[in-house]
Design a protein around this ligand. Structure first.
Ligand code: F0G
Length: 417
């Protein structure tokens, strides 16, 4: 197998062993994969590893190593991946398609899909001699990086927007011992800062602009397809913020088509929060104009106004005849309540995929007879404050807790009501 790293902007190429996370010209680096096997042979190789020793062989990420990172050396894995694909009638009815599957990436070791990209990027950082790692984050990337850095005994530096990260995510960064900087500014300011600071200080940058993060995140798509016996659904729906995941999904599908593993590509639907929807605004102009905005949404994970992987996001949508939609905070919270009440649970940003799918069905873009896999990106406990605010708030469908005296009669009285 062979791999090539090159810059999207200036075309310069680098060896796989290069420690660079971004091109000196400022452009994004990407990996071109040329595995030795293709088509059915590749499928058989991946299928043979299912259920094997999960540490590496059967890992939901490293199972696909021919299409990730070549070369020898240690692998920094928890391990990760092997997340479940659920069916729930209540949710299928809620969104309006009969054939709905839910891929829950909140089941990764630190509670979000970020672990899939992080295992590859931290492995690459270790192999190329990194002495410290850094990222900007709305919370999940920092939680994941902090855990993987601790696993590899690397110092970690985290930049997060002060006051705009959920307590659970911030707690993870602290717990895993990352040096945590609360930046007075939004995520976009944090990312600009860390891009400059990591270059200046020689620290490995592990945001999703890092090409190896993208490689790892491709495995969400491969794994869901493998779980379906390589039968592609009509649609894959994913929440979109910085567009790292949208880009990775596009690349995964492109490669699987080029390598003859898939004949037909699912269409991608990328869903943004209305208050953080620069990509959606661009989509509405046919991607003729690029927008940025001051982002604000209850879904703090995707509170991003200037997505770094914009161009790759555009390519992912174009290549898959995809669509972009935006949903309001109210729709996100209602969809989250539906996911939670189905016994699955997710954080607010994840529910954007369900809210977006519901909207796309209502608008006739997704047909009730089509098959859909919706991706949930983060665990319900990532943002418990939003859960409490919702259930202690006013309105239908709330589940208010009741305080009682410690007596059976009090329980009886309550149940009689
Ligand atoms: N869902 C969750 C739970 C996220 O944490 C993120 C991004 C996304 C969706 C969007 O993915 O940025 O690749 O388009 N979180 C990043 C972070 C920004 O710092 O944790 P994206």
């Amino acid at each position: 197998m062979s791999q090539r790293v090159s810059c999207d902007s200036c075309g310069r190429t680098f060896p796989v062993a290069s420690p660079l996370a971004q091109c000196p010209c400022g452009g994004l680096l990407g990996v071109t994969q040329t595995p030795a096997e293709t088509g059915a042979a590749l499928r058989r190789r991946f299928d043979a590893r299912v259920g094997a020793d999960p540490a590496v062989q059967g890992s939901g990420v490293w199972r696909y190593r021919e299409l990730l990172l070549s070369g020898r050396g240690p692998i920094v894995a928890h391990p990760e991946g092997n997340t479940r694909l659920y069916r729930r009638d209540a949710l299928a009815r809620y969104v309006g398609v009969a054939d709905l599957q839910i891929k829950h990436e909140g089941e990764n070791p630190t509670g979000s899909f970020k672990d899939r990209g992080m295992t590859v990027a931290v492995t690459h950082a270790v192999r190329t001699g990194a002495t410290a790692v850094a990222c900007a984050s709305t919370g999940n990337t920092s939680a994941s990086m902090a855990a993987y850095a601790a696993n590899a005994a690397l110092p970690a530096l985290v930049f997060v927007p002060a006051g705009k990260v959920s307590a659970g995510k911030l707690a993870q960064a602290l717990a895993y011992n990352a040096r945590t900087l609360l930046v007075r500014g939004d995520f976009d300011a944090c990312l600009r800062l860390v891009r400059e600071a990591s270059s200046a200080l020689g620290i490995a940058l592990l945001n999703s602009i890092n090409p190896w993060r993208v490689e790892g995140q491709k495995t969400i798509v491969w794994e869901l397809l493998q779980q379906r016996g390589w039968d592609p659904p009509d649609w894959i729906v994913v929440p979109a913020g910085n567009l790292g995941n949208t880009s990775a999904f596009g690349k995964a599908l492109r490669e699987l088509k080029e390598l003859g593993v898939l004949r037909r590509l699912p269409r991608l639907a990328a869903i943004q929060a209305a208050g953080a929807s620069p990509f959606f605004k661009s989509y509405r102009t046919g991607f003729k104009r690029r927008f940025t905005m001051n982002a604000e949404t209850v879904a703090t994970a995707i509170r991003i106004g200037d997505p770094a992987s914009y161009d790759r996001g555009v390519r992912a949508i174009r290549d898959t005849r995809g669509v972009v939609a935006a949903v309001g905070d109210r729709a996100i919270l209602e969809a989250k309540a539906a996911v939670d009440a189905a016994g699955i649970g997710c954080e607010p940003a994840s529910a954007a995929s369900i809210a977006g799918l519901r909207q796309l069905v209502a608008r006739g873009v997704v047909k009730p007879g089509q098959s859909v896999v919706a991706v949930l990106t983060g665990h319900v406990l990532k943002d418990s404050q939003t859960v409490m605010d919702w259930h202690l708030g006013k309105g239908r469908g709330r589940n208010r807790p009741v305080e009682i005296e410690a007596r059976v009669s009090a329980v009886e009285k309550l149940l009689r009501r």
